[in-house]
Design a protein around this ligand. Sequence first.
Ligand SMILES: NC(=O)c1ccc[n+]([C@@H]2O[C@H](COP(=O)([O-])OP(=O)(O)OC[C@H]3O[C@@H](n4cnc5c(N)ncnc54)[C@H](OP(=O)(O)O)[C@@H]3O)[C@@H](O)[C@H]2O)c1
Length: 285
Amino acid sequence: MKVLVTGAKGMLGQAVVSAIEAREWTTIPLSRGDLDVTDVKEVRNVLVRYRPDVVVNCAAYTDVDGAETAREKAFAVNGLGPRNLALVCRDAEADLVQVSTDYVFDGNKAFPYEIFDDPRPLNVYGASKLWGEQAVATIGCRWYIVRTSWLFGPGGKNFVETILRSGKKSGVLRVVNDQNGCPTYTIDLARAIADLIETRCYGIYHATNQGSTTWFNFAQKISEKANLPVVIEPCSTTEFPRPAVRPKNSLLDSFPLRETIGYLLPAWEDALERYLAVIGKEEVS
Ligand SMILES: NC(=O)c1ccc[n+]([C@@H]2O[C@H](COP(=O)([O-])OP(=O)(O)OC[C@H]3O[C@@H](n4cnc5c(N)ncnc54)[C@H](OP(=O)(O)O)[C@@H]3O)[C@@H](O)[C@H]2O)c1
């Protein structure tokens, strides 16, 4: 199997490339410099040159607050990009995996969002990702849409690293305690994506680690596991207004992921422990 990965130098892109290499499939890892997904001609030329069986689109504009002012850029990368890939995958008869987000939902539901719930994004980033999903689903290629949430992992800016960095000094760190979601380890998600590719069961999937937490509880757990000197205190979202509105609940129900790949991703606490062990080893070496 030949798998082309876009956004291959991003946080998830790197994990997907490793997961594919581990299976000894042929990997074509392309960073933004190798392939700008917003340029349809370039997308066509690259797919004609490499003739992949599958394209995993990890390219995205992921600055949620920045998207509120960089609207055109967000829609170009998160909407036009997947549209271009879907058009060319259709013509090249390649499967497309489009990675998407919990932020396509408005957060008003009291329970985890299911794949058949209607999206209603609250911010520009979510709207741009939803447009990307819709383009992929309607163009006529064979597709998987994999929604995930609160990513952390090696090789990218993420919440765990932020807490580790800012928690090194003693003092108080205030973290919002009124947004519910599930942290997800890129390594676990990448494995699930690779397994999904093998099934050829196309469609929408929700793939996150198991469990639920708030950013405050997540920060506390990181601090406890890493023995940070900082004191972490809960606060509300209204005390820390950000340019982009976030959903209060962005938990994703995993049905039918287990029914398709045969397992669910591990609990987020387990994933966090494995990630901290990786970071610890990197610091020692
Ligand atoms: N991070 C999260 O918490 C989270 C949560 C839910 C869903 N997701 C989704 O998960 C996926 C992966 O996210 P991530 O956290 O790995 O993001 P990331 O680390 O920001 O990686 C995205 C990559 O896309 C590249 N890129 C940007 N514009 C591009 C373009 N026009 N053409 C090709 N590549 C381009 C970026 O390159 P440059 O660095 O050079 O710009 C970067 O390497 C995205 O679809 C995102 O929406 C993420």
